[in-house]
Design a protein around this ligand. Structure first.
Ligand code: EPU
Length: 420
């Protein structure tokens, strides 16, 4: 198992190029199951989650070729059941269900369990499939959706924490091949949903309103092959922006899509970070001093839960009290105990973490527990005095393309070592 060894205290300087968005590419890869024709996806990040989705598509019968940042898929003939263990391992693979139901009228996958960031129910996905006329059965660890005929419906996908991103993706994909018109109310508005809708429309789907809470899908008889370039990863961009601020450096973030990052930029500015937009790039540096700030995670266009841990790392350096409230996933605070190991003063009170910032961080061995918690620990390690060892960085490799190499290019002293 690999870990990162970080010698902290070096201000980051230079330019970093943002990779394609993990959370856009996974449902887009799943969407290729909707057609028997070849599809080409470009700008794909080299991530273990992408390879994993490739394996799932292959298992289902598709031909998958991953070369550089291009993925080609031809799902000429496919089966309706995902491999139990493959699907169970990656929560994001639930989004094969919509395409399988759309194309084959039948989808059977292992029921995803919870994970370290909280319960991960799929009741809203299933509610959406039911609204299209599917019958749902849950048995022996599998969930099955089956429909003799899929027909347009009006599912409302709002839940306790707002809408569901992959639920919206799933229902949207199934509805592309349903008879009649589907109107998803309280749809997720994330840019990754817009990217998926763009790909589906390029395949011949008729989707309007993606990016708003009301998405209208007029079913078509069949979809054809298409080419698509994935949007840049707004969470990777946020992570590098925070790295620049935490190390007191100055980083130009190329392909940052600031228009997808309004809430992150607003909170960075409130925290005393200077963010300049220059065409498609963003230049980020710390202002005269960091300020404490309150952040609440919300569905898009609010502050993203996937950048909560990284913002908490930044707040450990800002003098004063910051309150960080997590409204999407109830236990997404696994990074708190590890940040404390580095010298941070953080208390959890219900859904909030109270950060008494401004104490210097000092290096220590810490354990990564999930993707974004790991990113926060790397950021804290870059700012800490001395050496930080972040163990179990396979979590990071799921969602950040060559994070260590990109940080080294900015001057960071970070090495990948085998911890065993
Ligand atoms: N929820 C329900 N019922 C459902 C589905 C979701 O109650 O049927 C609840 C969840 O428990 C949660 C909230 O709705 O409280 C939002 O969950 P959502 O379904 O939107 O999450 P997701 O689609 O499973 C995607 C990303 C996550 C990201 C969330 C929220 C992918 C592959 N995953 O998950 O990304 O945190 O949206 O933005 O797109 C990450 O990249 O680190 C990551 C975890």
């Amino acid at each position: 198992m690999d870990s990162f060894l970080i010698k902290g205290g070096v201000p980051l300087h230079g330019t970093v190029e943002i990779s394609g968005a993990k959370n856009a590419v996974l449902p887009i890869m799943a969407a290729t199951l909707l057609t028997s024709e070849p599809c080409v996806i470009r700008g794909v990040p080299n991530l273990s989650d992408v390879k994993f989705m490739g394996q799932i598509l292959t298992w289902l019968g598709a031909q998958v070729n991953i070369e550089g940042d291009t993925v080609q898929v031809r799902a000429k003939k496919i089966k309706g059941q995902g491999d139990y263990d493959l699907v169970r391992k990656m929560r994001g693979s639930i989004c094969i269900m919509g395409p399988l139901l759309g194309r084959l009228r039948k989808a059977r996958v292992s029921l995803p369990g919870g994970c370290v960031i909280g319960a991960r129910p799929i009741n809203l996905h299933l509610k959406g499939f039911e609204a299209l006329g599917a019958k749902i059965t849950i048995q022996s660890g599998y969930v099955e959706a089956e429909a003799k005929r899929l027909t347009g419906g009006t599912p409302f996908l709002g839940g306790r924490a707002g809408s569901t991103v992959l639920g919206t993706a799933n229902v949207m994909m199934a509805a592309t091949l349903a008879d009649g018109v589907t109107v998803i109310e309280s749809a997720a508005c994330e840019p990754e949903i817009v990217d998926l809708a763009d790909f589906l429309n390029a395949m011949g789907a008729k989707i309007q309103g993606a990016g708003s809470p009301t998405v209208t899908i007029t079913g078509v008889k069949e979809l054809h092959g298409a080419e698509h370039h994935v949007i840049p990863d707004r969470i990777e961009a946020a992570t590098f922006a925070i790295a620049a601020a935490m190390t007191n450096g100055e980083v130009t973030i190329k392909r940052a899509r600031a228009d997808h990052m309004h809430a992150v930029i607003d909170k960075l500015q409130e925290a005393g970070v200077i963010v300049e937009r220059k065409g498609a790039d963003m230049i980020v540096r710390r202002g005269s001093r960091l300020k404490s700030s309150d952040v609440t995670t919300l569905p898009y266009s609010g502050y993203p839960t996937d950048a909560q841990a990284q913002m908490m790392a930044l707040m450990t350096l800002a003098p004063g009290i910051s309150i960080i409230t997590e409204r999407i996933f109830e236990s997404r605070f696994m990074h708190v105990s590890e940040l404390t190991r580095l010298g941070a003063d953080i208390q959890i009170e219900g859904p909030s973490a109270i950060v008494k910032g401004g104490r210097p961080l000092s290096g220590a061995p810490v354990m990564a527990s999930d993707l974004r918690a790991s990113a926060a620990l790397v950021l804290a390690g870059l700012a800490a005095k001395g050496t930080t060892q972040v163990n179990r960085i396979y979590h990071l490799d799921r969602g950040y393309e060559q994070m260590d190499a990109k940080l080294r290019k900015l001057g960071a002293r970070i090495q990948r070592v085998d911890e065993s």
